[in-house]
Design a protein around this ligand. Structure first.
Ligand code: ADP
Ligand code: MG
Length: 261
């Protein structure tokens, strides 16, 4: 079929730039040609064109949210081998992926030994929240404690806490791996108190609650944190051997046979 030439109306490009409609700018001509070819009505053409802009804009927004979340790597629930975590409540995890827990200021606590997929799950749930257009920020607990200490030293603590309160979900990874100093512990405690019932947290830890006192250097503070975080929380336990180790062992036999021969 003969392709009809579409000439660009004067001012269109300038107007679209002014209106910040980049996807309309890059797609109007192609869709106009298609509309002529398929005898699409002007109103259908307009609707399709607007739809492209809306979809692209949403994708750009999600990409920005994912960048701003500072995930150390990207992990998904699709990439999580639930068979390797038989005791983990798969349904509960999948339900959290719809991110509705954010509206209820609900928390998630992931407890388990090293290498059992806590960080993977925390990132995957955070990513899922970004894809539903929520503001998320990932920190290791040590990073956040250091950031708060630094902000306090620069007399910018109030402003930093205000910035953090704009996130709907904060992932606090690896609580318990590194003990904080007293100031870090106190500031982290006041952060948790502040977000309590206003925002959501996903906390990952290798320590059972009974040992959180070691992290906060104070049994009373620890009890208060546990009380606040766990009050509205889904508790998920991961267990078993380190997935990395298991993965390595699964690959190893070939190598060791080769080595033995
Ligand atoms: P943790 O935070 O509990 O120490 P990670 O989430 O960092 O463990 O897991 C270690 C590595 O193993 C990561 O690369 C992670 O993606 C992978 N992993 C762990 N458990 C699983 C699983 N059940 N399915 C797929 N990958 C997993
Ligand atoms: Mg981890």
């Amino acid at each position: 079929m003969k392709k009809q030439a579409i000439s660009e109306p004067a001012h269109l490009a300038v107007d679209l730039k002014e209106l910040k409609l980049p996807s309309v700018l890059s797609h109007w001509a192609r869709l106009a040609e298609e509309a002529l070819r398929t005898r699409q009505s002007p109103q259908e053409y307009l609707a399709d064109l607007m739809h492209v802009e809306v979809n692209d804009r949403r994708e750009r927004r999600i990409a920005r949210l994912i960048r701003e979340a500072h995930f150390p790597v990207l992990k998904t629930l699709d990439g999580f081998d639930f068979a390797a975590q038989a005791a983990l409540d798969r349904e509960a995890v999948l339900e959290l992926a719809d991110a509705r827990f954010l509206a209820e200021h609900h928390n998630v606590v992931l407890i388990g030994e090293v290498g059992t997929g806590k960080t993977h799950l925390a990132i995957a749930l955070g990513l899922s929240a970004c894809q539903r257009e929520h503001r998320v920020r990932f920190f290791t607990a040590a990073e956040l404690a250091n950031a708060l200490v630094e902000a306090k030293e620069q007399k910018k603590l109030a402003r930093r806490l205000e910035q953090l309160a704009r996130y709907e979900l904060i992932v606090l990874d690896e609580l318990g791996y590194v003990p904080f100093d007293k100031l870090g512990a106190d500031l982290l405690f006041s952060f948790v108190s502040r977000v309590y019932e206003r925002r959501s947290l996903i906390v990952t830890t290798n320590l059972p609650f009974a040992r959180w006192g070691e992290v906060f250097l104070d049994a009373t503070a620890a009890a208060a944190v546990i009380d606040r975080v766990v009050h509205h929380a889904t508790l998920l336990k991961t267990q078993g051997e380190s997935y990395r180790l298991k993965d390595a062992k699964r690959r190893a036999p070939r190598k060791s046979r080769a080595a033995a021969s």
